[in-house]
Ligand binder design. Structure first.
Ligand code: ZN
Length: 69
């Protein structure tokens, strides 16, 4: 069978960096700074994580999204 010349098609999986492969970075919701550090867990909020932004010195909490599954 003659299928003709096979044109080199661009693969959908190019060598572009996939942002999904990066670890989840927590950024400050107030100043968008990634310079945050996790605070001690209080135990009462299992679905949330407390962080402290060292940029604007504001504590904030982040809701975990790994529930269910
Ligand atoms: Zn901040």
């Amino acid at each position: 069978m003659d299928t003709g010349p096979d044109p080199r098609q661009p693969t959908p999986h190019a060598d572009q960096p996939t942002p999904a492969s990066r670890p989840v970075a927590v950024a400050c919701p107030f100043c968008r700074s990634p310079d945050v550090e996790p605070m001690a867990l209080f135990g009462s909020h299992l679905m949330t994580e407390h962080y402290y932004c060292r940029a604007c010195r504001t504590p904030f909490e982040r809701v975990k999204d790994d529930q269910g599954a």
